[in-house]
Design a protein around this ligand. Structure first.
Ligand code: S3P
Length: 452
């Protein structure tokens, strides 16, 4: 549960170039999946490098409520004794997934074909997000659900006692939807086929194969066709979680923004379904070296060496959106500091993240003196050139960790500081963000709350 308490206003500034080593936390997507797949396996799954942010801790508690034994052994080191596919027991409490869309959606999928029911809730952000995109395909397995109007949380899912396999094409590019269907398919007999027109992050497919499921992906003209054979026996694994490219994007952006910076970000996952941000910033002129490229935990990783760079605006290809969907907020900050305009199209999914991220970034950037154009599916940021953003505003983080971190990075380069009205949400994905940024030489300062 994310217990954010009183809002904590905070701002950032940099008086010199950032330098040093930025060791970012474990990948959030892989962390959730290692706990869930561990819980669905027979034996003990040992995880190292788990992200210990609120979102993932909520998923760990949920797996316990469904009957798995989840234990912390040391920093980032966790053990999960699973109950096997179809072995979930009915929780005797409401499952609170805090701020995490990934957590709640994947867990709903994982329990949807067990003969149990469960009630899910979350914080105000999660309770406002659409769940029909999950419960609709789950109905095809025979699952039923009752939520608030529009299928919102709190929501009760009644698992299918006699599930059937399904054929489903995801209506939007969403790894969460694809993953929920694949996890539900685990306990359905026969073969389930999921088609996605645009490729999204493939951690579920890779990890299911690693845990012993029979799963294959065929690339066709219609998109990726993923075929999974139901009712496998999943076997516990040792999982080493690579470092999160979405979290790495924040110190990377900070170094690009602050003159005189040079930092190293070691061991970042560069899975091609996640690396669109890095392609984009390099097209903008970012000086990023990828060194020591290697494979870790089944994912391609590299150490990133990042230096301050004068950036120029670009047009981001819409077909790249899924591979950088979580990085648009920080990209808009870089775009505001670039020469010329940056055009981002095909991004309507940003409207249903932890906040409406197009609106949150547009309003905050405008308050800082940046011109932004937006529509249902696009955003255009008019760059002011390096260090050209005025700042001097208080902006809303809207219970959204990535909005909070994006504006703190912006504040490092503005003429007047940018205050984020509440820094608490950062702990959902990057609990050590403030310390890490301070270690690089940034000042992150608690601001005096505005008078009521
Ligand atoms: C995630 C998928 C993405 C992403 C989220 C993590 C996942 O969401 O935004 O942060 O781990 O599957 P969508 O599937 O809604 O695009």
């Amino acid at each position: 549960m994310s217990s954010h308490g009183e809002p904590k206003p905070v701002f950032a500034r940099a008086t010199r170039g950032l330098s040093g080593i930025a060791t970012v936390p474990g990948d959030k997507s892989i962390s959730h999946r290692s706990l869930i797949l561990g819980a669905l396996s027979i034996g003990e799954t040992k995880i190292t490098g788990l992200l210990e942010g609120d979102d993932v801790l909520d998923t760990g508690r949920a797996m316990q409520a469904f009957g798995a034994q989840v234990e912390r052994k040391g920093e980032g080191e966790w053990s999960v004794h699973g109950v096997g596919v179809g072995g979930f027991r009915e929780p005797d409490q409401v499952i609170d997934c805090g701020n995490s869309g990934t957590g709640v959606r994947l867990i709903m999928g994982a329990m949807a074909t067990c003969d149990i029911s469960a009630t899910f809730t979350g914080d105000a952000s999660l309770r406002s997000r659409p769940m029909g995109r999950i419960t609709d395909p789950l109905e095809l397995f025979g699952t039923r659900s009752w939520g608030r109007r529009g299928g919102k949380l709190p929501l009760t899912v009644v698992g299918a006692a006699n599930p059937v396999p399904v054929k489903y094409t995801t209506p939007m590019p969403s790894a969460q939807v694809k993953s929920a269907v694949l996890l539900a398919a685990l306990n359905a007999p026969g073969t389930t086929v999921v088609t996605e027109r645009e490729a999204t992050r493939d951690h579920t497919e890779r990890m299911l194969a690693g845990f012993g499921a029979t799963i294959s992906t065929e690339r066709t003209d219609e998109g990726n066709v993923i075929t999974l054979t139901g009712q496998p026996e999943l076997t516990a694994q040792t999982v080493s979680v690579p470092r999160d490219p979405s979290s790495a994007a924040f110190p990377v952006a900070a170094a690009l923004l602050v003159e005189g910076s040079e930092i190293t970000v070691p061991g970042v996952s560069l899975n091609p379904t996640r690396s669109g941000f890095y392609d984009t910033v390099r097209e903008m002129g970012a000086d990023i070296e990828f060194s020591n490229s290697r494979e870790e935990g089944g994912e391609p990783v590299a150490d990133l060496i990042v230096r301050f760079s004068a950036l120029k605006g670009v047009e981001v290809p819409p077909e790249r959106a899924a591979s950088m969907i979580d990085e648009y907020p920080i990209l808009t900050v870089l775009a505001a500091n670039a020469e010329g305009k940056t055009v981002m199209r095909g991004v309507k999914e940003l409207r249903v993240k932890e906040s409406d991220r197009i609106d949150a970034m547009a309003r905050g950037l405008e308050a800082c003196g940046v011109t932004v154009e937006e529509g249902p599916d696009f955003m255009i940021v008019h760059g002011q050139g390096p260090g050209g953003v005025a700042g001097g505003a208080t902006v809303e983080s809207r219970l959204d960790h990535r909005i909070a971190m994006s504006f703190l990075c912006l504040s490092l380069s503005t003429r007047d500081r940018v205050t984020v009205d509440d820094g608490n949400p950062i702990t959902t994905s990057f609990p050590d963000f403030v310390n890490l940024m301070r270690g690089l030489g940034a000042e992150i300062v608690d601001a005096v709350p505005a008078q009521a």
